[in-house]
Design a protein around this ligand. Structure first.
Ligand code: TYD
Length: 138
């Protein structure tokens, strides 16, 4: 996915099941809601205001990022175009294809960022240096 673009990444509206006076329930299913199998789940929380997370790209990993509580901003960059998304609804996910640099910031207090990932953790899949990323995308 060296040639992937920020336009391959989209907001997915997730299923919302509303129960009168009892709140909402949202579902994500492998290969139905998202075009990959979830192998790993992690979440970011207690991120101090003003801090940014992310700041890397993945060579093979697909992800769905959700603000299950609070909100934050995700900036995607394919080396040519940048797109910024505000995530602050628990029934929306941002689908990110491999080969995209991403930065998360502007966390609200109490924000929880849930990430569903297509692969297990593998440091070799990360590109952590921006110049290396730009070279990789050429
Ligand atoms: P990292 O992906 O660098 O987080 P961020 O880009 O949001 O700052 O991960 C932070 C640390 O957590 C790093 O030492 C690797 C470790 N980590 C795991 O051990 N397993 C995982 O699944 C993830 C995502 C991170």
């Amino acid at each position: 996915m060296k040639k992937s673009s920020v336009y391959d990444c989209t907001i997915i509206d997730l299923d919302r099941h509303h129960s009168n006076r009892k709140g909402n329930l949202t579902v994500v299913e492998n290969n139905k809601t998202i075009p990959f199998d979830v192998k790993r789940t992690y979440y970011l929380y207690d991120v101090p205001g003003g801090e940014s997370r992310g700041g890397h790209a993945h060579k093979e990993l697909s992800q769905l990022i959700m603000a299950v509580s609070g909100g934050f901003t995700v900036t995607l960059d394919d080396g040519i175009v940048k797109r910024t998304f505000t995530l602050n609804r628990p029934y929306q996910g941002l689908y990110i294809v491999p080969g995209i640099w991403r930065i998360l910031d502007d966390f609200s207090s109490g924000a929880v960022c849930l990430v569903l990932a297509s692969h297990g953790y593998d440091e070799a899949d990360y590109i952590r240096d921006y110049n290396t990323f730009i070279e990789y995308k050429k």
